[in-house]
Design a protein around this ligand. Structure first.
Ligand code: HPA
Length: 270
């Protein structure tokens, strides 16, 4: 895999004058942040050697380089999901590229179903921890050039970035929850019993992404910050039929807040 990673990273280096320090992976219907990126240079996933191409509606696949909050960034508009049929090495390949290119931090966004009784549609939650119910992307032989065999996961989400996000949200008067994300494969949304189960085991929200990328980022030593938008509610009595369109619509509404927070966090980073 290292050979492939190097080929892809070299390709990106050949296209971009300066490799940024900050990467952003955008979730379902959350690609709007890229319209705020100044001096954008985009590269289609399909033009990048070895790069997987997302097949889900609402996920157009391109890397966008430019500045946001005055900092150089690379945004991934369109992420790759396990449920699309890719294996976990492909799903997390973009994070390996970030590692190879020397990125200093990774921002991740996603849409999720709320499990916590206090959460409402459109709320934002800082992911402070996760429960992985998907195949682990590090299964298989470990490449010691990429990271250790048994990565520590005692602090999966960077505490300083969480603190910064809380400060920024307070300054901007945006309500932010902080909680646990349960990562499932999908593609089915949950049954009422499954939503209840995920709440009982300690989840505040549930979704079909993020966890693989976070595990690989931690293996790679890249600090992660993740923000989840609650697009539907999985609480008994409040559960209604969920559709992908609904998730996209609610995501788009709350996205403005998410973009404001990430932009300001970047601005305040030194
Ligand atoms: N479950 C799983 N994934 C999701 C949901 C959900 O309710 N909403 C958005 N992504």
């Amino acid at each position: 895999m290292l050979g492939q990673i190097k080929v892809t990273a070299d390709f990106i280096r050949s296209k971009v004058k300066q490799i940024p320090e900050n990467a952003i992976i955008l979730g379902t219907g959350l690609g709007g942040l890229v319209t705020k990126i100044d001096n954008p240079l985009s590269i289609e996933y399909s033009d990048i050697p070895n790069f997987p191409v997302s097949t889900v509606e609402g996920h157009c696949g391109q890397l966008i380089f430019g500045t946001l909050g005055g900092k150089n960034v690379m945004a991934m508009q369109g992420r790759i999901h396990f449920y699309e049929g890719y294996d976990m090495k492909q799903v997390t390949f973009p994070v390996r590229i970030m590692q190879q290119l020397g990125f200093k931090r990774l921002f991740v966004s996603n849409a999720s179903g709320g499990l916590n009784l206090d959460y409402q549609i459109g709320d934002l939650m800082i992911i402070r921890d996760h429960i992985n119910l998907m195949p682990n992307p590090l299964l298989g032989r470990n490449d010691d050039h990429l990271g250790v065999r048994f990565p520590d996961m005692s602090k999966p989400y960077d505490l300083q970035l969480i603190e910064l996000a809380e400060k920024v949200a307070m300054q901007q008067n945006i309500k932010l929850h902080k909680g646990v994300y349960v990562g499932t494969t999908g593609p089915t949304f949950e049954t009422p019993a499954e939503y209840k189960y995920f709440r009982i085991i300690g989840g505040d929200v549930v979704g079909m992404s993020t966890v693989p990328e976070v595990i690989v980022a931690r293996h790679a030593g890249i600090p992660v910050f993740a923000l989840s938008i609650v697009t539907d509610i999985g609480v008994e009595g409040k559960i209604v039929e969920v559709s992908h369109e609904e998730v996209q619509r609610e995501g788009a509404k709350a996205e403005v807040k998410m973009t404001a927070i990430i932009t300001e966090m970047l601005k305040q980073l030194n």
